[in-house]
Design a protein around this ligand. Structure first.
Ligand code: SF4
Ligand code: SF4
Ligand code: FES
Length: 522
């Protein structure tokens, strides 16, 4: 049983769990105690001395990151004595810190900068020269260390010791010469190296992928789920909303880890962190008919009417055996459920296949071998995972082919694929990315990526996680669930069912009614 203790922080009475530190108890109560070396993922280190607090009955100030709460403890976090001590600690740290803020990547999100501002240390009493140290040491494939900015908090060392257990970094030398370094030419090249730039509380470790590209305060932030494997790590996507007259080279500038103790704790792998170029590159932005040389644009209504007419005529002629549908596991639970209802149950289409990126090796920590986020969801929805092959098309005399996603191109021989598509009357692609074989399709419908839409995914362990749009939609692209609902209503085979399903939330409720697996909280 959890034992609670009564404490007072800044005269506020609190009941907190026994065993917590003062810093943790204060955080839970929404009271901010400045700290730099403490990180909730590691045991306290007690090196920065910034988290000092006053405890009644104890003459010296104590470290709140490593002092546990005791029954009746009375703590002051903002007394004059504490503030003066904090100012002293900050002044001490800043005595050896360069004035790099105007061009430091961490500016705008640096704790040292924030505390300096908060504690008003605007007049330097420092006459001595600052120690000169190395400004640009490459310590990993994507990491640059600036030793002048380092405050020796050892968060980086502890991450590599306790999380990846690879121990590439250590503190070398003694006293004022102490510095962070790599051991004998073994740089930080593990699959989680990017987390170091994120947990370094100052701009000492910067990320080559982000370095000097933009300023943090220009970036908008949106929460999402990483789709690059089936772990479902929680991420924050940072994108630039644009600068009016100037075109920017990219929209998304950075992906960071978002804390979820059930999935990824505080971390993400480098594949998820640096593999974001798919969000901006090679996207389909418009509805296109690749083989029709015409100036006039088409719109979504025309496209959906055309698709509906084609499917309806095959349905009424009892010829939906000539339809083939190719799905993928980047589709959300809701979209895979709708696809089952519309194609399998309403239209009686049986030629349904999956085309996903091929599996690769996992790393035994977060990265799984599956390179799609929702294979487990597809399974729970009842899809028999039949891989898409050219033989399947030939055997079934397909007349109308609908493909979701462009992953099929990585699985099949391009020349054979082109010739197989050539013999099919209607070929429609719904994809967020432009295929190499663009001209082999009659119609290409631009779709949203997970970061631009709403829905849920089921990770490899069966955890269902909801997500909302983190980025604005790309061009004319639409979420697949919206396209499917529109199509279902136009087909009018089961209108009453689809009429109510105006959001992923409502689709999920319907899915949970039918499939017990989804009767759990997202
Ligand atoms: S490099 Fe950053 S995380 Fe590592 S000790 Fe220095 S300040 Fe701390
Ligand atoms: S482990 Fe998987 S889900 Fe997590 S960040 Fe890496 S690729 Fe993305
Ligand atoms: S946070 Fe307590 S000493 Fe650094």
């Amino acid at each position: 049983m959890i034992k609670m203790v009564k404490i007072f922080i800044d005269d506020k009475q609190l009941e907190v769990e026994e065993g917590l530190t003062i810093l943790q108890a204060a955080e839970q109560a929404g009271i901010d105690i400045p700290h730099l070396c403490y990180h909730p993922a590691f045991p306290p280190e007690g090196s920065c001395r910034l988290c000092l607090v006053e405890i009644e009955g104890i003459p010296e100030l104590e470290l709140s990151c490593s002092t546990k709460v005791r029954e009746g403890m009375k703590i002051q976090t903002k007394s004059q004595k504490v503030i003066e001590a904090r100012q002293g600690v900050l002044e001490f740290l800043l005595a050896e810190h360069p004035l790099d803020c105007p061009f430091c990547d961490k500016a705008g999100e640096c704790k040292l900068q924030d505390y300096y501002e908060e504690y008003g240390l605007f007049d330097s009493q420092f006459d001595e020269y600052k120690e000169k140290r190395d400004k640009k040491v490459k310590i990993g494939k994507n990491l640059i260390l600036d030793r002048e900015r380092c405050i020796l908090c050892t968060r980086c060392v502890r991450f590599l010791r306790e999380v990846t257990k690879t121990q590439e970094l250590g503190v070398f030398k003694r006293g004022i010469k102490s510095e962070i370094g790599i051991y004998n030419g073994f740089p930080v090249n593990n699959n989680y190296s990017g987390n170091l730039a994120e947990i370094c509380p100052v701009g000492a470790i910067t990320d080559l992928d982000f370095r000097f590209k933009t300023r943090s305060w220009f970036l908008e932030k949106g929460n999402s789920i990483c789709p690059l494997c089936s772990r479902g790590c929680n991420i924050q996507i940072e994108y630039h909303p644009g600068l009016g007259r100037f075109a920017l080279p990219q929209r998304v500038y950075r992906v960071k880890a978002r804390q979820n103790m059930k999935v990824n704790s505080f971390w993400i792998c480098d594949k998820g962190r640096y593999g974001y170029s798919y969000l901006d590159k090679n996207r389909t932005s418009k509805l296109v008919r690749p083989n029709i040389n015409q100036k006039q644009d088409i719109n979504w209504d025309e496209v959906l009417d055309y698709l509906t007419a084609k499917l309806k005529s095959l349905y009424f002629m009892n010829k939906t055996s000539q339809v083939a549908l190719v799905l993928n596991s980047w589709l959300s639970n809701e979209e895979l459920f709708l696809a089952r209802k519309i194609f399998n149950e309403d239209l009686k289409v049986t030629n349904i296949f999956f085309a996903d990126l091929p599996d690769e090796e996992g790393d035994g920590f977060l990265l799984t071998s599956e390179r799609s986020p929702n294979k487990r969801g597809a399974k729970e929805i009842g899809w028999a995972y039949v891989p898409f092959t050219l033989e399947a098309l030939a055997e079934n005399e397909i007349n109308c082919l609908l493909i979701f996603g462009s992953f099929f191109e990585q699985l099949l021989n391009p020349a054979q694929l082109k010739s197989a598509l050539g013999s099919i009357e209607t070929k429609i692609l719904l994809s967020s990315h432009r295929p190499e074989l663009e001209s082999a399709f009659d119609l290409i419908l631009p779709t949203a990526v997970i970061a631009e839409k709403e829905g849920s995914l089921t990770n490899t362990e069966g955890l269902v996680q909801g997500f909302s749009p983190a980025l604005p939609p790309w061009g004319e692209s639409r979420a697949e669930w919206k396209i499917l609902i529109e199509l279902a209503k136009r087909l009018d085979i089961n209108f009453a069912f689809y009429r109510r399903l105006s959001s992923p939330e409502l689709i999920y409720q319907e899915m949970a009614e039918e499939i017990p697996f989804f009767r759990k909280e997202k």
